[in-house]
Design a protein around this ligand. Sequence first.
Ligand code: F6P
Length: 319
Amino acid sequence: MKRIGVLTSGGDSPGMNAAVRAVVRKAIYHNIEVYGIYHGYQGLIEGEIKKLELGSVGDIIHRGGTMLYSARCLEFKTEEGQLKGIEQMKKFGIEGLVVIGGDGSYRGAEALTKRGFPCVGVPGTIDNDIPGTDFTIGFDTALNTVIDAIDKIRDTATSHERTYLIEVMGRNAGDIALWAGLAGGAETIVVPEYDYNMEDITSKLKRGHERGKKHSIIIVAEGVGSAVDFSRKIEEMTGFETRVTVLGHVQRGGSPTAADRVLASRLGAYAVELLLKGKGGRAVGIEQNQLVDYDIIEALAKPHNIDKKMYTLSSELSI
Ligand code: F6P
């Protein structure tokens, strides 16, 4: 393999730039040319492709977002879109592709793999919902953003003796909610993976109130519904005053943490190593701090599991 491509796709995540840098530098180190594909699969279809040099990825390791830009592309779900993409890569002499992104991006890589084009998926999403890896690039940074918000909201929750609901991202996964809730000392964490019961949530609030605890933090993962709806039900059932904060896209930005930069560098470089060995159709990840790779089609078929022990612990520590 003499020339590879790299793209970022779907919702961006802090650390994507560090991953692009690792792909480019690792490839050039091994005398492989790298082409950047801009605006994800949309740019691939339209041929928005430029050669990247060592300097192209200078001064980006600490920056959030993605220098390659990102997009969600419906056309790439069609056979026509995929064939156009392969055609563009052939035109530029690209023989292998590194795709940095989340679930939807992996589906694109899976489609290319099924059509015989070697792709390696690198997990870049704040949601931490990709099977075959303990952590995705951007999750740690997003978590730290959420914790910063929880700490600040806790100050005002204490002063005003209110119940605060904080809605966090994560698509259908509750990882951000669970980890941030545990690290932020939330009283209740509601995630899509486990059933919740409004009676249990409100009686816990009331019990706390009776003990003299006048403020509470409840973390609601967006996958279970709107925190505004939750707050209405809680007010109805308890009579307590509530406030809601929906953190939204602030969770997707910011300078990546050291953990995300290191993870992105390791995974990006590993993806190139696999392509150099002629291995396509792989998804890279990290498990117990070791680099791993799986068949991308099989990886996507596996369920993403939230840490049950951590969920139980969070309930035990917030009695
Ligand atoms: O997948 C990342 C993510 O931020 C999810 O947590 C969220 O549900 C979604 O993307 C938001 O997408 P958009 O940027 O299109 O609003």
